[in-house]
Design a binder for this molecule. Structure first.
Ligand code: BDP
Length: 719
């Protein structure tokens, strides 16, 4: 008896501990409390009928078997024999038509390969709740949506609901090295266990695929853009094949990063010149070998001639010549080349902001059809806030894709709660004025205003081996938000925060709106205590952890001084016509307004202008005062997040409460560190006192400068 008691206690403890450690992400199904929803769900899930058989339907079954017992306390029951003994129908439009001869009045056809429709279908006097797609993957997406609606306890089974993705390739870019370190990764090691593959299949691979499919992510590039050619060896392709086979039923295609010099490193050639016939033959042979193992392989992601990576420039060739050679090798298999526009060099005497446009605008129209140019959201490098990249809208005949960074390299890494949905929404809603006067970035990347068919949104992954996947629990919200915005770049970040928080903490959690409030305000807070008013690139050298406005020496474009240009005369980077004239790369409507320091949105002020410390802002404050107020406000906001979080102590499970509570305390310290270090440093140029309304920055500038973090995560150690 006693043993039984302990066994029970043990089981109970394991259950409650494991249930809330964050591993289950937003798929943390819970018991449905609303009686009407519960009883209807119970009825539908007691007669599920699949109109066909395929691995994706098996994945649906697997998901239902996970979710339904938790949601309604009973296992799903399948109506395998007769369709009219069923209560819920799942299948494709064609399957349905074949079996029941249903005329397609439902406008499913227009929803494309991945769209879904759900709602009641009347047939021979009976009603069936149905989820229909054009392809099985649409049905899977529909089922995930249904489970989410039930989990959020807001479903009305009588209503019709349909959706389809607006962007074709919705992709995670892992910056994972073959030794399992992750460049700019803050959540442990790479989840790809290359050493144990192909023999050992970590169950995590399936959970990873489930999570991605549940938010519509349909592509993953497995390896670092700073690529290692070994991934293209046959023994590694055998390992990659295992992952591709697991991901396939979930609608996810695998891509790899291709190192441009692989013909030399793997092929023993003396050159990687894209116009050399042996080089082209090398790539054709490689691609053929890959497709033999992985018939639906997605293609290559390439970083070339940037930050020391090899590329076509070594041979006097341009990016189009490099990309097109790979595109030719992939074209017979419908594979793609995703060529990154993150190209700049310190050897070019030109503002880094301008370099990608200078490189790619003249090549407009020269890329093959199966090439997409992947452009970071801003022209410098995933800074806490950046104006949109001027390439969006600048080319007419080139496929452009968006690259966001989910991993928080410049936004607090894994110690800070920074919800990125609001920032990405700001970028996507930015009006580029090209090709139409109403063209937003979203309308360019989903092809609405460009007619582009091959569309892409990529996000640099924040996933690692940490039990909760992303290091910080709220890092999960960024993975989630990325998937949702890639599916529909017009969604509001507030709505996404609502969805994620309800799925993660339960829709009935009292005070859930407080969590949403923290999320919505968190990005602005971080920008305030890191880089307000358009400041940028003033972080610690190399690891990018914490402030480093004093960083100088070495490559100029990797220093802080290059970007903030603070001096006794003022601060900021003049990118108007009197400076680098980067503004000229934007549409005239933007260049005109932003050239005027009185008219430009103040959040971009010092990005484009070098201004005296006494320059007067809209508030009537001087620039110096306004900078100090922003830094101070950032710290205050981060303190308010902790206070709000602590008011939820009794409603959130202990483990997750404590995890976030500890990290928010670190965040406050880091916010104070940013404020103190930056203000003390800038004060040496401004030569003005701190205004009395702010908390006076503490400490000694020399102390902040002396801090070093040789073991900061996310970079390959070089000792
Ligand atoms: C920068 C990162 C660097 C990446 C690079 C890239 O610091 O580690 O390799 O971006 O995007 O932000 O290629």
């Amino acid at each position: 008896m006693k043993n039984l008691f302990y066994a029970f206690l043990f089981f109970f403890c394991i259950q409650s501990v494991q249930a809330k450690d964050g591993y289950d992400l937003w798929l943390d199904y819970s018991s449905i409390k609303t009686p009407a929803i519960r009883s209807e769900a119970e009825s539908f899930f007691s007669g599920i009928y699949f109109f066909g058989k395929n691995p994706t339907y098996n994945a649906i079954q697997f998901e239902m078997e996970k979710a339904i017992p938790i949601m309604i306390g009973k296992s799903p029951i399948y109506a395998t024999d007769r369709i009219n003994s069923a209560k819920m129908w799942l299948g494709t439009r064609e399957e349905l038509a074949q079996v029941i001869g249903l005329d397609q009045q439902m406008e499913i056809k227009n929803l494309g390969d991945e769209g879904y429709w759900m709602g009641p279908i009347e047939f021979q006097g009976k009603t069936y709740f149905s989820i229909i797609g054009n392809k099985p993957i649409g049905v899977l997406y529909g089922v995930f949506r249904l489970l989410q609606e039930i989990q959020r306890e807001q479903i009305d089974f009588k209503e019709e609901l349909s959706d389809s993705p607006k962007v074709k390739i919705r992709m995670l870019n892992h910056w994972d090295n073959l030794d399992r370190t992750v460049e700019r990764g803050y959540a442990g090691f790479s989840i790809w266990d290359w050493h144990k593959l192909p023999g050992y299949v970590d169950p995590r691979y399936i959970d990873y695929a489930r999570a991605n499919a549940s938010i519509g992510i349909n592509a993953v590039s497995l390896t670092n853009v700073n690529a290692n050619a070994w991934i293209l060896r046959p023994d590694f392709i055998e390992k990659v094949k295992v992952l591709a086979d697991i991901f396939r039923p979930y609608g996810i295609k695998v891509y790899l990063t291709a190192r441009f010099s692989a013909p030399i490193e793997l092929g023993g050639l003396e050159t990687a010149d894209p116009l050399n016939s042996e080089v082209a033959a090398f790539w054709k042979e490689k691609v053929g070998m890959i497709y033999k193992a992985i018939p639906d392989f997605g293609g290559f992601v390439v970083k070339a001639n940037s930050e020391g990576q090899p590329g076509p420039h070594e041979y006097g060739r341009n990016h189009a010549e490099g990309a097109n050679m790979l595109a030719d090798a992939l074209a017979p298999y419908k594979g793609l080349v995703i060529w990154r526009a993150f190209v700049y060099s310190h050897e070019i005497d030109e503002d880094r902001h301008k370099q990608a446009n200078l490189e790619f605008e003249p090549l407009d129209g020269k890329f093959k059809e199966n090439v997409i140019i992947q452009v970071k959201n801003g022209a410098i490098d995933f800074q806490p806030r950046e104006p949109f990249h001027p390439l969006f809208g600048a080319v007419k005949s080139t496929n452009l894709g968006m690259e966001f960074q989910i991993t928080q390299e410049y936004l607090g890494q894994a110690t800070q709660l920074v919800y990125l949905g609001t920032f990405w929404e700001e970028v996507l809603k930015s009006n580029t004025y090209r090709p139409k006067s109403s063209s937003t970035v979203a309308k360019i990347i989903d092809g609405t205003d460009t007619g582009q068919k091959l569309t892409l949104m990529a996000g640099v992954s924040n996933i690692g081996t940490d039990r909760n996947w992303t290091g910080h629990l709220f890092g999960q919200s960024n993975w989630y938000a990325f998937g949702r915005l890639a599916w529909d770049p017009y969604l509001s970040s507030e709505k996404i925060a609502e969805e994620w928080s309800e799925l993660t903490f339960g829709p009935k959690l009292s005070g859930i709106e407080k969590i949403q409030g923290i999320m919505i305000n968190s990005h602005e807070a971080a920008v305030n205590y890191m880089t307000p008013l358009g400041l940028h690139h003033i972080m610690g050298r190399s690891h990018h952890y914490g402030p480093g406005p004093w960083v100088e020496g070495g490559r100029a474009d990797w220093t802080s001084l290059y970007y903030h240009r603070a001096g006794s005369d003022g601060i900021g980077f003049d990118r108007t016509s009197s400076g680098s004239n980067a503004l000229n790369q934007y549409a005239p409507e933007i260049a005109e307004v932003w050239s005027d320091p009185k008219k430009i949105p103040e959040k971009y002020l010092l990005w484009f202008h070098h201004l005296p410390w006494d320059f007067e802002l809209k508030s009537g404050n001087s620039l110096w005062k306004e900078i100090t107020l922003h830094y101070d406000q950032g710290v205050k906001s981060s303190r308010s997040f902790l206070q709000t979080w602590q008011s939820l102590e009794n409603v959130i499970d202990e483990e997750r409460f404590d995890h976030v509570n500890q990290l928010l305390k670190i965040q406050i310290k880091e916010a104070e560190w940013w404020r103190n270090a930056c203000l003390l440093y800038f004060q040496t140029f401004a030569d003005r006192p701190f205004p009395s309304e702010i908390e006076q920055p503490e400490g000694d500038l020399e102390y902040y400068k002396s801090l070093s973090f040789p073991f900061a995560p996310g970079i390959k150690p070089n000792w």
